[in-house]
Design a binder for this molecule. Sequence first.
Ligand code: 0O2
Length: 265
Amino acid sequence: MRSEGSLNEIRLNASVSYRRDHGVSAKDVSDKLTQNRILTNNDIDALTVLEFAAQDILQKYHAAMRQMEARLETLDQDLKLRKSRNPIHHIESRMKSVPSIFEKLERYGKDTTLEAMEEYIMDIAGLRVIVSYVQDAYSILDHLEQQDDLEVVTVKDYIANPKPNGYRSLHFIVRIPVFFLDGKKSVPVEIQIRTIAMDFWASLEHDLKYKSVHEIEGVDVGAELKACSQIISGVEKRMQIMANALEGNGAPPQDLSMLIGRQRG
Ligand code: 0O2
C-alpha cells in the first residue's frame, strides 16, 4: 500500500517537472493540492495543467499503440491469405494508469517526473497478443523484426526461460514511428505474445495470487501453479507437433513417433 508521504512526493515532483519553466513554486502547488480542503481556482488550474501535461504525453503512447495494433492485424490477415489460418486469436490493449507509472518509477529508484516517465517506463502502452501455437509467437516477432521502420528492443523470452513461478510469455518492446503536429517521434509499445493456454494460466494465476493470502492447509499453492504451468507446456508441445504434421510442415519423425508411442502406451 502506498504511503500518503510518497503520493505527496509524486505530486511535488510531477509539478516541479512540468512547471520548471513556468516560474511557479512547485512546493506551493503541492501543499495546496494535498491538504484536505475545498480546492481553490488556482488548485484546479494546477490540477488541470498537470493532467493536461500527462494526457499530452499519454495520447502519443495511445496513438502508437493503435498503430501497432493495426500492424499486427495486417500481419494476421496476410498470413491468413498465405497459410489459410489466422495465427492471432485476439489482441488486448491497455494504457498503464498514471499512478501505476509513478509507482514503477519509485520502484526503479528513478525521479517521479514526467520526463523520467518517458525515459524509463517502456510499458506505458501495452498490447497482449493471444496466439494459437507457440511457434506463432516467435513467427510474429520475426515478421515484426523484418519491418524496417520498427525497432525491436529488449526481448524477454519467458517461454524459453519461464519465470520461477511458471509464468510463460514472450515480451518485447517495439519502437514505432508516429507522426504528430510537432514532428515524428519513435514511441515504445510493450508487446506480450502468449498462447491461449499460457493466457489461461496467467489469468488464473493472477486471480489465485490475490486469493492465496488464505492458505490452503497442506497445499503449496505456488508449487501447484508451477506444476500446472509445466503440464500446460507439455500439452502445447504435443499440439504443436500435431499442427506441424497436419499443416505439412514436416514434423520430425522422432516427434511423431513420440505421439504414436503415447497413444499405444
Ligand atoms: P499489467 O497491467 O498487466 O501490465 P516489472 O516486473 O513491472 O518491474 P517489467 O520488466 O516490465 O518490470 O516486468 P515483466 O515481468 O517483463 O513484465 C511485466 C508484465 O508481465 C506484468 O505487467 C504482467 O502483465 C505480466 N507478468 C509478468 N510476470 C507475471 C506473472 O508472474 N503472472 C502474471 N499473471 N503476469 C505476469 P504488470 O506491470 O504487472 O501489469
